[in-house]
Design a binder for this molecule. Sequence first.
Ligand SMILES: *[C@@H]1O[C@H](CO)[C@@H](O)[C@H](O)[C@H]1NC(C)=O
Ligand SMILES: *[C@@H]1O[C@H](CO)[C@@H](O)[C@H](O)[C@H]1NC(C)=O
Ligand SMILES: *[C@@H]1O[C@H](CO)[C@@H](O)[C@H](O)[C@H]1NC(C)=O
Ligand SMILES: *[C@@H]1O[C@H](CO)[C@@H](O)[C@H](O)[C@H]1NC(C)=O
Ligand SMILES: *[C@@H]1O[C@H](CO)[C@@H](O)[C@H](O)[C@H]1NC(C)=O
Ligand SMILES: *[C@@H]1O[C@H](CO)[C@@H](O)[C@H](O)[C@H]1NC(C)=O
Length: 427
Amino acid sequence: MMSGGKGLDLLLCLITVGLAGDPYVFYDWTVSYITASPLGVKQQTCRNGIQQRKNSWQDGVSGTNCPIPAGWNWTYQFQVKDQIGSFFYFPSLGFQRAAGGYGGINVNNREVIPVPFGTPDGDITLFISDWYIKSHKELRKDLERGNGLGAPDGVLFNGLGPYQFDRSLVRDGIPYQIINVEPGKTYRLRVHNVGIATSLNFRIQNHNLVLVETEGSYTVQQNYSNMDIHVGQSYSFLVTMDQDASSDYYIVASSRFVNTSAQTMAPGVAILHYSNSQGPASGPLPDPPNEYDTYFSMNQARSIRWNVSAGAARPNPQGSFRYGDITVTDVYVILNRPPELVDGKLRTTLNGISYIAPSTPLKLAQQFNVPGVFKLDFPNRFMNRHAKVDTSIINGTFKGFMEIIFQNNDTSVHSYHLDGYAFFVVG
Ligand SMILES: *[C@@H]1O[C@H](CO)[C@@H](O)[C@H](O)[C@H]1NC(C)=O
Ligand SMILES: *[C@@H]1O[C@H](CO)[C@@H](O)[C@H](O)[C@H]1NC(C)=O
Ligand SMILES: *[C@@H]1O[C@H](CO)[C@@H](O)[C@H](O)[C@H]1NC(C)=O
Ligand SMILES: *[C@@H]1O[C@H](CO)[C@@H](O)[C@H](O)[C@H]1NC(C)=O
Ligand SMILES: *[C@@H]1O[C@H](CO)[C@@H](O)[C@H](O)[C@H]1NC(C)=O
Ligand SMILES: *[C@@H]1O[C@H](CO)[C@@H](O)[C@H](O)[C@H]1NC(C)=O
């Protein structure tokens, strides 16, 4: 199924995989730039980009995959396995995600695999993201010069700007997202933070969010009044339309941990519209969590539990179904620090090393044994030595099981995107 929205429909290329009969599906994407102005300022945005991750030849990151040159085609083939749930795709180069190059991939269960909740009355995908009025090319240049991104200019819902909940914060005439629902029904909302840098708090006025799935794993079902969704994260909530429809309701995504301008920046606001609604949404937006309670977000993340008995049986990489029996072959403690001057530029480092992409793609260097392209010497912990720029790679053990601990020694939130393998969060 592919569907488009209104306004910036370029952002809404949605795929659903998992047909009962034919287990093979083929989709064709066309990627191009178009002009759109979600916050009222014209910008170049990206139409229907795709990059998927699976085996290391089709991993979708630079070094293992070559970029797709303009005018060319690239066919990805991957088997959709036991990670049933909500994902999104995006290009990993050139900051094109900041130009709107993203879309959803929903992996459905085969009929023999039960779902741990009743079939919802509807399935709704929401992409929430920070948005910068500067173009993705300017943003990239800023970073290359060693400057930060700065605070975003707004938050979008499915590529659309905020509903005018406050005339002093949101200018006139901005198209916004309306979600149409029927009273009494329960919908599955799949919410993806497809932004660049900003953690977002998601909530719906007067409505409970029952968390049921995240990143292709069913969770123990719990009620939340709001959820911090960090960049790259995907969550499914069941939401029941149990209110009296005396008005529409606000759906809000507001920035978290953004300094200063956060107060003057409008949050993302979409509208939940019951078919029997008696008028527009009104009143103050539902409250965000306390911005100064830094543990709120971490405690909330810790409250999410995997329901290991739901969904498909999932063997660990050593072939066993007993996760407690895993033999850990390598442990890496990966520490990131605030940007520091390395070779004349401000750079961030992992374990003291700022990665530089070689001119020969890693995968080709490995396949054809080209010497000197990369080093297999990435340290398993922070080394107390001068930070450097290098093409330093982790020497993994074939069929091994790696434990990775991230230590964020910066003063801001960082998201990691781990590619190509199934990673399980254990703590
Ligand atoms: C890419 O695919 C399209 C549609 O299948 C086709 O028309 C076009 O010729 C292909 N381009 C190249 C460079 O192969
Ligand atoms: C986990 O999922 C199973 C299978 O659907 C269900 O029976 C069980 O109640 C769930 N457990 C929790 C704690 O949600
Ligand atoms: C969530 O809250 C609603 C209303 O307060 C309650 O009926 C429901 O049982 C709760 N669900 C869970 C999974 O706790
Ligand atoms: C955020 O603001 C505080 C206090 O004004 C300041 O110390 C800190 O450096 C700022 N952080 C960023 C990332 O700008
Ligand atoms: C990588 O690890 C293997 C053992 O798993 C070892 O034999 C090999 O020498 C290592 N390579 C380098 C370059 O350190
Ligand atoms: C991590 O941050 C703390 C506090 O700023 C600092 O004292 C410590 O040296 C840092 N550690 C590393 C390895 O950068």
